[in-house]
Ligand binder design. Sequence first.
Ligand SMILES: [Zn+2]
Length: 431
Amino acid sequence: MLRLDGSELPRDVTWYSCGPTVYDAAHLGHARTYVTFDTLRTVMERYFGLRVTHAMNLTDIDDKIISRSHESGESPAALAERCAADFFEDMASLGCKHPDKVLRVTELMDVIIAYIQRIHDRGYTYSTTDGLYFDLRRFVQDGHSYGKFRPIDAVPDAGFALWKLAKGSEPRWQSPWGAGRPGWHIECTALASHAFGDSIDVHAGGQDLCFPHHENELAQAIAAGVDAPWVKHWVHAGHLSIAGHKMSKSLKNFISVKEALREFTPRQLRLAFALHPWQQPMSWGTRMTEARARERTIVSFLDKALSVPALDPGPDLAAEERLAAALVKAKANVRECLQDGLDVSSALEHVFVLIREGNARTTSAANGSSALAATASYVVSVLWAMGLDFRCLGVDKVFYNGVRDEALRLRDLGVDVKTLFRLCDEARHRA
Ligand SMILES: [Zn+2]
């Protein structure tokens, strides 16, 4: 069974992810975060057979959206709508499953206002001329813990906004505290609880959301009176940096998902992220060169292994038994890595150890190898369980061989099939 932070996950998993603020194109930092979540969810579902329900919020009203809409002349609603559609298109291009529930802030204003009311009724708010704030000082003085994600050494002297009063022509919704819009932190506490009630199995976000966002989300849930741990497991995906810097427009190192997909396939990007420990910071660049090389290693192994007959073990029984034993060992190692904390990158290394053993067997297995067929089949299935799809290779191979055999037959009949052979060669090199 799968354990996170030492405790077992149930068969039906509720998973909430902090979604994007939609005011610009999705960049590679988003790609790493959401591909990581998709990979972990895929392992839960395909490897452990868990049923995951994934909810994600969409921040479709916020300061950044308002200021970008002032610059562009587009209305905040139109800007958010366009960027949201673009975000989900990019995520689909990366092979990420669409969330089971997408929770848009502007569509669930009542839910958010009701949650603020819950906190307000318990006395953890104060008002200013700007709006309604969370009373962090009182929260800490009442003995509630604050500082799970980053220890604090003093009682905070300021709170954070729960409800911001609208200024000028800013978009606004009516509330008991005046017309305005919600603060950012309250969205997630209210919407995650709306989706799953007062206890959630997994709450995910990028590493930069630990503090203060997740700290404040948690404080709000406690202030609203949630008894049990509000979130059982926090999942934080590591940062992606470029040459040591966080990706940002101002540093001119912003690579959009669309730009990256012109240079790399979705599978290469997914592999690059999967090869790196998902909680750790990752630097863009070196991993991509490595991912391409690793992909070639997988493809070339499967290519060789799938061209060997599967049934006749051939004369080299010792080599056959060596590979069969390596396969048993790899399966156990992969399970051990995944079942305790979803260590996908270490599990992948065991798959590559197995591929090396498999490659050694291909040199002596011209007559056939049952262990090699089993190894290739395991490699394809375990990579698929990690969200890395190499399944089409076998089908391509059958198709390719069929076309090549037909071309050979036609050539023997005197037909000019040079073009067909050239296309076959191209297809072979692409694979
Ligand atoms: Zn959030």
